[in-house]
Design a protein around this ligand. Structure first.
Ligand code: NI
Length: 172
């Protein structure tokens, strides 16, 4: 089932999310819905607060080559356990901030530990778009958006445009 994606500004996008204490059927359904919503958008990552659920769950699939097979990932309670000194910049966007992109600098590689839907702990090192995406999505779980890395003027400009977009959408 597709879930509506919250658009910035929304108080639910600014709150730290709670850890998942038990992997219930509800969490399984949430992950499945989030993946469907992300692919439909289309996007490469989505965090639970973006669909209004303040829990530490994110999904991603950064396989861009249409010939390659998809790699849908579900990360529960993800934590960065190591970040490289080397950084990289990427033109980031966000499904909660449609049609706006900005260069954000982050560590080029990160190691992340998380719990899977099967309850198993996994740790993996990410680089390239995967590293950018996983850090962007983990930020969402802390109530942080990529525009928080920008200067106040640019951030306010984007926020005003989003407010207008929401007003226009509400009007139909
Ligand atoms: Ni985002």
């Amino acid at each position: 089932m597709l879930r509506p994606i919250l658009i910035h500004p929304d108080p639910r996008l600014k709150k730290p999310c709670a850890p998942v204490t038990e992997i219930t059927g509800e969490i399984g359904q949430l992950a499945e819905d989030m993946l469907a919503t992300m692919y439909d958008a289309p996007g490469v990552g989505l965090a639970a607060p973006q669909v209004g659920i303040l829990k530490r769950v994110l999904v991603m699939d950064c396989v861009k080559d249409p010939e390659a097979s998809a790699r849908p990932m579900v990360l529960i309670n993800p934590q960065v356990t190591w970040a490289s000194d080397e950084s990289s910049s990427y033109e980031e966007g966000c499904l909660s901030i449609p049609d706006h992109y900005a260069e954000v600098t982050r560590p080029a590689q990160v190691r992340v530990r998380w719990t899977g839907l099967d309850g198993r702990e996994t740790e993996e090192q990410f680089e390239g778009l995967w590293a950018t995406c996983v850090q962007h999505e983990i930020d969402h779980l802390e109530g942080k958006l990529f525009i928080d890395y920008l200067g106040p003027i640019k951030r306010q400009m984007i926020t005003r445009k989003m407010e207008k977009l929401k007003r226009d959408r509400a009007r139909g």
